[in-house]
Design a protein around this ligand. Structure first.
Ligand SMILES: [Zn+2]
Length: 282
């Protein structure tokens, strides 16, 4: 739950774009807005399509159901790298063992309009040494699932850049691989581009102290750039700390256009086309 008042709506975009990573199952903000209200607020400023990410069992079930109800929503499902170790060690509150949890994700990933596997990857920030083997195993299982179903993979990489890149290289990355909330430096961005990956920039790229992230964006070709909110988290500048929702994507797109020195319209068009190429038509 992310509380606090909602930031005002930003100026609308000239061409509609996609928020390719958000979590609308989480309640957020005061007043709490329904999914319909959040989708409408987004569409009103030119964010007319989203990818909803359900990355624990309850959220994945919610997502598989919701994509059938909202035409603006496609979905992604996975066991988050901080969830998988809990299933593996028997500490998950559901009591569901890892193999059963993964099997359910694999079946939800086959639901119509679920168009990505994610978010999966490695998180050395929130999970300690004791959970690493389970994280790596889960990451590899999700890579295999994405390849089996020919779906894009959305990667969560927190403080684990080298290890994430290594696992992808060793197992062979799915044809469409997206670094959600890209957080590496410019050198890593060049390597990702070279390997054919996509970089999804969140509100973090707008933060005042994010020079390194903007340097990474600056070396990324526009046709490899995606934008996301990761709502209700990571609210863009100047509303850092407030609740986040897809209607705030325009703040991030404007930063993308400024850093890459292209017209806003050109940036929007590119993000929209790349998103549809990756996830298919809405
Ligand atoms: Zn996320």
């Amino acid at each position: 739950m992310r509380s606090g008042a909602w930031p005002p709506a930003p100026e609308a975009l000239p061409v509609a774009v996609v928020d390719n990573h958000c979590h609308l199952e989480f309640p957020a903000g005061e007043p709490e807005l329904t999914v319909e209200q959040r989708l409408a607020a987004a569409a009103a400023v030119g964010v007319d399509r989203i990818v909803q990410v359900g990355c624990e069992l309850d959220s994945a079930r919610w997502t598989a159901d919701a994509v059938g109800r909202y035409p603006a929503m496609l979905g992604a499902v996975a066991l988050h790298p901080n969830e998988a170790p809990l299933h593996a060690s028997g500490e998950h509150e559901s009591g569901i063992p890892y193999d059963d949890a993964l099997a359910e994700i694999a079946s939800l990933a086959r639901v119509d309009r679920i168009r990505a596997v994610g978010e999966t990857g490695l998180d050395f920030f929130r999970t300690g040494e004791e959970g690493r083997a389970a994280q790596v195993r889960s990451f590899r299982d999700h890579i295999a699932l994405a390849k089996e179903l020919d779906l894009p993979l959305q990667i969560h990489d927190r403080d684990a850049h080298a290890e994430v890149l290594e696992v992808l290289e060793r197992d062979g990355a799915p044809e469409r691989t997206v670094f959600h909330c890209y957080s590496g430096d410019a050198g890593m961005a060049r390597l990702c581009v070279q390997r054919g990956y996509y970089l999804s920039f969140a509100g973090t790229v707008t933060f005042k102290n994010a020079e390194g992230l903007r340097a990474a964006l600056a070396v990324t070709p526009l046709d490899r750039v995606l934008v996301e909110t990761d709502a209700p988290f990571l609210t863009p500048h100047p509303h850092r700390g407030a609740p986040n929702a897809p209607y705030l994507v325009p703040l991030t797109v404007r930063t993308v256009a400024a850093v890459l020195d292209v017209d806003l319209e050109v940036a929007c068009e590119a993000v929209s086309v790349t998103s549809e190429n990756l996830y298919g038509p809405w």
